[in-house]
Design a protein around this ligand. Structure first.
Ligand SMILES: [Fe+2]
Ligand SMILES: [Fe+2]
Length: 169
């Protein structure tokens, strides 16, 4: 059964994923202004990925015959203190999203909503990857400890990120 409570919680997650996308777009704009084309590119790819996540929830709600209700998106920050601060904010955000997904999974378990459990499994695995990727960048930036040369090297490296693969969709 697809309870009203589950439907509402999944609708909330569309909002969380769209908000993630918006935060990453704000970070892309920050990096563009700071002349880091690679970080900008990486953040735009992250934006694309979050939009794919939002659509997965959107499509899933429809596939269960329920109604999608969209919510207002909060204005994201326009400024960050440093590249490290932006990526640390991103990591904190991903950890919050992981907790959201775990709460959804717990609710689906409680309600014996097996289709939702199956659907959410992909997101549990995805969040492990997300935290690993973003956390890895945080560690790399710490390692170069703000040196211009190190940041330039990382900017080049992150500029190579490929668009989300078809199996993401
Ligand atoms: Fe996401
Ligand atoms: Fe994410």
């Amino acid at each position: 059964m697809f309870s009203k409570k589950m439907q509402e919680a999944l609708n909330d997650q569309i909002h969380h994923e769209m908000e993630s996308a918006y935060i990453y777009l704000a970070m892309a704009a920050y990096f563009a202004e700071e002349n880091y084309p690679g970080f900008t590119h990486w953040m735009k790819m992250q934006f694309d990925e979050e939009m794919i996540h939002a659509f997965k929830f959107y499509d899933y709600i429809h596939s269960r015959g329920a109604k999608v209700v969209l919510q207002a998106i909060t204005q994201p920050p326009a400024e960050f203190d440093s590249p490290l601060s932006a990526f640390e904010t991103a990591l904190g955000h991903e950890q919050k999203i992981s907790a959201d997904i775990h709460n959804l999974y717990a609710l689906a378990l409680e309600e014996k909503d097996y289709p939702s459990l199956s659907f959410l499994q992909w997101f549990i695995d995805e969040q492990v990857e997300e935290e690993e990727h973003v956390g890895g960048v945080v560690e790399d930036i710490k390692r170069v400890s703000g040196s211009d040369q190190g940041l330039l090297m990382l900017d080049r490296e992150l500029g190579q990120r490929l668009p989300p693969s078809p199996e993401e969709e």
